[in-house]
Design a protein around this ligand. Structure first.
Ligand code: ZN
Length: 389
């Protein structure tokens, strides 16, 4: 087992870093202040951090061997939502009964705190890892997971042997996730005066019928580890709104989470079958989006993120062994949400696992909070992973 001398000192360190991180609001595309805070912090440890073109912060600790491991954490958070739903101000980082409250504590400034403290420990104790360790703190993950990681790997020509994601797992080991796609379904009708709706074709009514049939007709895939595919309507918008006309266009936005074995083509085909069954022919396509980092890098991206699983085998066994030196009883799980693993493992086939403090279900919620105890235990596990693999 990994043992940390003077544990309470390191706990205080974790509390301080986590509260500092929470106090710096860092919505997607607005991570600059946080990035510079993290960079300065790492520099203070006597290591050297840099910021790449996309705005990601990274530092490297050279190991004895050839292998490279990336510890990945995203700096951005979703907005706080309705303020009156919070018990404490969302960017206060209040410590109450051993829990730190605030936006991002779980997703995922808690994980970043444990990673930064690992770096400090490595530097202070002059520990040499077996593999070269890269700590990477990325931008824009909440909008387009994998973007920051891809920009870093492509920009620096790095080809890691393992990616460790610090997203919340409640100290389990995440070995996969469902995929995610944002779909736009556009219905076209015929405009008419609202006093004579019989002369028009109301695109909104087609949209409503389609939404109903998604529950009744759409065939949801299922996977023994990942469970069922889910479909959420995330928006309905008509071209004309409230004027005395029958709307001639209506867009339905869907967020579909799917297990292994569902491709983009298969998904569109299933939605097509659903609309066919009610006799409508909408346009169905994956949402495209222009994203922009705080450094000014712009890119048009498609909102499709494949599902992935880290298959059992030598590498996973090695990772589990190292993790168990920090946290004796760990179980494996599959994330419900989507992460940078959609890129690292889903697209690039780089071995990927997740381990982080905090409960996944508290992400994006008001009163998001993480326990100091979990921050400390995650720190121990990261230390073990950084030195044992
Ligand atoms: Zn996250």
């Amino acid at each position: 087992m990994i043992s940390i001398l003077n544990g309470s000192r390191w706990k205080n360190e974790l509390i301080k870093v986590c509260i500092d991180l929470v106090k710096i609001r860092s919505l997607s595309g607005q991570e600059r202040e946080l990035a510079y805070y993290i960079k300065e912090k790492i520099d203070e440890f006597g290591l050297k951090a840099d910021i790449d073109d996309a705005g990601n912060v990274y530092t490297m600790v050279r190991g004895e061997g050839e292998k490279k491991i990336i510890f990945d954490g995203h700096m951005d958070t979703v907005p706080e939502g309705r303020i009156e739903k919070w018990r404490v101000p969302p960017y206060s980082g209040k410590l109450i009964n051993g829990e730190i409250y605030g936006r991002g504590t779980v997703d995922m400034k808690g994980g970043i705190s444990s990673m930064l403290t690992t770096l400090k420990y490595l530097s202070e104790k002059n520990l040499k890892p077996k593999s070269t360790i890269i700590f990477l703190f990325v931008v824009l993950e909440e909008i387009h997971e994998g973007f920051g990681l891809r920009k870093f790997l492509e920009g620096k020509g790095v080809n890691p042997d393992l990616v460790i994601l610090g997203e919340p797992t409640d100290l389990s080991v995440a070995t996969g996730q469902r995929g995610r796609v944002e779909v736009e379904v556009v219905f076209k009708g015929k405009i008419a005066h609202a006093s004579m709706p019989e002369h028009g074709e109301n695109a909104c009514l087609e949209a409503v019928n389609f939404i109903k049939s998604c529950n009744e007709i759409y065939s949801f895939s299922w996977h023994p580890l990942m469970g069922s595919e889910t479909l959420a309507v995330t928006g309905v918008r008509s071209k004309t709104y409230g004027e005395p006309v029958v709307p001639d266009a209506c867009k339905v936005s869907l967020d579909v989470r799917f297990p292994l074995g569902v491709s983009k083509a298969k998904l569109i085909q299933k939605l097509r079958k659903t609309s066919d069954s009610i006799g409508v022919k909408p346009f169905i396509g994956v949402r495209k989006l222009k994203i922009r980092s705080y450094t000014g890098i712009e890119e048009e991206v498609e909102q499709f993120f494949p599902s992935w699983i880290q298959e059992p085998g030598n590498l996973l066994n090695k990772v589990l062994k190292a993790i168990r030196k920090g946290e004796e009883r760990v179980e494996t799980k599959i994330w419900r949400f989507s992460t940078d693993g959609a890129y690292s493992k889903g697209i690039k086939k780089i071995p990927t696992v997740g381990f982080g403090p905090g409960k996944e279900e508290l992400s994006h919620q008001p009163n998001e909070h993480v326990s100091v105890n979990q921050l400390f235990r995650a720190f121990k596990v990261y230390l073990s992973l950084a030195t044992q693999i």
